[in-house]
Design a protein around this ligand. Sequence first.
Ligand code: SF4
Length: 435
Amino acid sequence: MAYNGIVARVMADSIAVEVGLEPGDRLISVNGESIRDIIDLSFALSDECVELLIQKVSGEQEVLEIEKEYDEDLGIEFESAVFDGVRRCANKCIFCFVDQMAPGMRESLYVKDDDYRLSFLYGNFVTLTNTVPQDIDRIRRLHLSPLYISVHTTNGTLREKMLNNKNAGKIMEHLDTLITNDIEMHTQIVLCPDINDGEELEKTIRDLYSLHPNVISMAIVPVGLSRYRENCYSLQVFSPEKALDVITLVRKWQEKCRKRSGTSFVYLSDEFYITAGQPIPEYDLYDGFPQLENGIGLVRNFLHEWEQAPIITTGYDSPQHIDVVCGISAQKILEPLLQSISIANLTIRVIPIENDFFGNDISVSGLLTGQDIVNKLTQIGGTRTGVIIPGVALRKGEGVFLDNMTLDEVEKRLGIAVYAAYSAEELRQLLQAWR
Ligand code: SF4
């Protein structure tokens, strides 16, 4: 099989530049061995002398002999971390958000990956329904730990139904196998009302906690329902009452787990607390935020960061009117914080944006689109010096929203300066030193 290790970027002043590697070059082998992914590559490169076989864009092949320190990086970024293709999922989950994606979006948003390597490298959640014995053997040999596992339920029959996959039922056996091989895991549950909540959720928490500490944490996120649900399984969002039931159950288990092993073990995403009108748990109850990348504890972490950085400004010489944009669910969190700020000549408005693009059941800031922001701000008008949008709505490292609109485009359409704040500290800095 021809593997596809295409060089995307070479770092300035790196070994890669020195030996003439360029974007577009294809890595064929290292020391005569084919390379499947960057995990293989990192092992192959842990030597002082390496020989790279490269195919240039012209099709010509070149051998590059490199001498380096054994732990010295070559300075290459590849188009993909997996050279033999991303493993696709073998499921058809009843709650899958990819199936609810709007038509005409960028191709990567329709990719249903379920690849244990991306789980180890980037914390992507995998279901383990497509792993074969060779994968488990590789996970063991290379000690690819921790992994991030989408469990959803430990009831095998229910899991088969939720994932629409008759091979999905043996989740507890799969977790046991990983534990036998000394692999640690973070787990996740997508919670669907009347499907895997209530007693089913209690059983899942009990079963996963029985595998603690190898199962380090368990995150529960509510099902997200977009308006593109034609031909999808009929599901409901959480009502305030049902969200409160989940909170009550999880609080009980958090107390139990803290008493027995010193951590909360099971964590809820912010939406449950916001929907039920309940306070966000205290900072210590998140135990260092093991699933922050998965959105667990974002509000508490934001509030904590906000408290740490004091406002240090003498104010503005002329009036500034800043609009701070957020998803509907963040409004109640942001408003009191921003109202408490007093900076001379600065007026702040919090502008919650309804998600017309995906549908009004989606209230998180991370799924806001450029077009909804432009439409709302144009519609409400008012005096405005600038706009701050939540960085979480942009593709990581790039100024692009989910609907492909860029930050520059939003700025052009509004005719005003627009900046993204990726953290509480950045939001503070922007407000006290508007450019
Ligand atoms: S595992 Fe399920 S939720 Fe994830 S991409 Fe596949 S079908 Fe969708």
